[in-house]
Design a protein around this ligand. Structure first.
Ligand SMILES: Nc1ncnc2c1ncn2[C@@H]1O[C@H](COP(=O)(O)OP(=O)(O)OP(=O)(O)O)[C@@H](O)[C@H]1O
Ligand SMILES: [Mg+2]
Length: 352
């Protein structure tokens, strides 16, 4: 493994996963990828509810995968993260960062001293006779929530070199592939309970939305409708015919899937409508790219296409990297393909 490598660690509702990247003459190489399932309830609504179990799973992940070191960039996505476009007086990047706490309180629903702040400049704004301004994405996360995640990971013996918004990780791993075009694209990473939406043009984020919705809601709907425990409802959702359940259960499950998928698709569509009506001239979204395990739901791509009347494709972050000796078979690689977008993007953004 050549040179320094970076590792991105994604704490999802259904599991923890990490990707190690190396950076060489041939470009970026995926050296290792691993994941360990999390029991239900360890992560709730994107927040860690049972830190000890998370620590345990991260230790298992490191014991099983053979990462070359223990420094990680960690992803954060929950509803107590505020992401919005703001305009601030222009300053050089480092000074702007230092001045943030004094400049952004008015934009935040929480006291600034209880928040972890980040700012991603998007555009310099200059007009004659006006002070120079900079427009960008302000990210504010509740400090205690971030610290719970960081502490649980540190207790597993890792050191956290950075914390990044999961949405930006998706943007980083997906945007490069379409960097040449100027389409307004919505990246939609569909997890179990969290869906990250990033609307961007040529890699510049225009809107970030974090929805507390995902594949687990569909599973729960099937479990309720058919009266089955979660694991069996999951199987019924993923491979209805293979479960051998009676015909009337398949019909009931099918209806539950239809209804919950319709709710999900509607939420995504209204986020995109919100973007069209508020973006101040950046235009409307022209196409969607989906990632995350939830994007595997049979028929979901077609439903999104019908609801948005836009082309929808399945994103593959593995196309942004060379494949090293990951030890993963082709079958395993195709299974993990929707799941690598976040950890790969976190590793791409990590300090080297
Ligand atoms: N073949 C499939 N068909 C339908 N759904 C699937 C399939 N495979 C995985 N899923 C769904 O993907 C979801 C998990 O996706 P993912 O692993 O991206 O979520 P996560 O990162 O653990 O959670 P989150 O991001 O919400 O915290 C589950 O709800 C699961 O049911
Ligand atoms: Mg996820």
């Amino acid at each position: 493994m050549a040179g320094r490598t970076t590792i991105g660690l994604d704490v999802g509702t259904s599991g923890v996963r990490a990707a190690e990247l190396s950076f060489g003459k041939r470009g970026v190489t995926l050296e290792k990828f691993g994941q360990v399932a999390l029991p239900e309830g360890v992560v709730r609504d994107g927040e860690v509810a049972d830190p000890a179990q998370l620590t345990h799973a991260v230790k298992q992940l490191w014991a099983a995968t053979g990462f070359s070191h223990k420094k990680v960039a960690l992803g954060i996505a929950n509803q107590r993260v505020v992401v919005r476009q703001v305009e601030l007086p222009w300053l050089p990047a480092k000074e702007l960062r230092e001045a943030l706490p004094y400049q952004v309180q008015d934009f935040l629903p929480m006291p600034v001293d209880q928040a972890v702040l980040d700012f991603h400049p998007v555009e310099d704004l200059t007009s004659p006779g006006q002070p120079r301004m900079v427009r960008g994405m302000l990210v504010a996360a509740v400090r205690s929530v971030v610290l719970t995640n960081v502490n649980a990971v540190q207790r597993a013996g890792l050191s956290v070199t950075g914390v990044d918004l999961t949405s930006f990780a998706v943007l980083r791993s997906m945007a490069e592939q379409g960097a040449a075009d100027s389409d307004v694209v919505a990246l939609v990473d569909i997890g179990a309970k969290v869906t990250n939406i990033v609307v961007h043009r040529a890699g510049v984020p225009l809107l970030v939305r974090i929805l507390l919705l995902g594949g687990q809601d569909v599973t729960d709907a099937v479990a309720d409708a058919v009266g089955l425990p979660s694991a069996q409802a999951e199987a019924l959702k993923q491979m209805p015919q293979a479960t051998g359940r009676p015909h009337d259960e398949l019909v009931t499950a099918g209806r539950a899937i239809d209804d919950s998928a319709a709710v999900f698709v509607d939420e995504v569509r209204s986020s995109l409508d919100y973007f069209s009506s508020t973006n101040g001239g950046a235009g409307s979204v022209q196409r969607l790219v989906v990632t995350g395990g939830g994007s595997r739901l049979s028929g979901l791509v077609e439903r999104l296409e019908a609801a948005t009347r836009l082309p929808v494709s399945v994103g593959n972050a593995l196309q942004s990297v060379e494949l090293g000796r990951t030890g993963l078979s082709d079958e395993q690689l195709s299974f993990v393909q929707p799941l690598v977008a976040v950890p790969v993007g976190l590793a791409l953004g990590a300090d080297r």
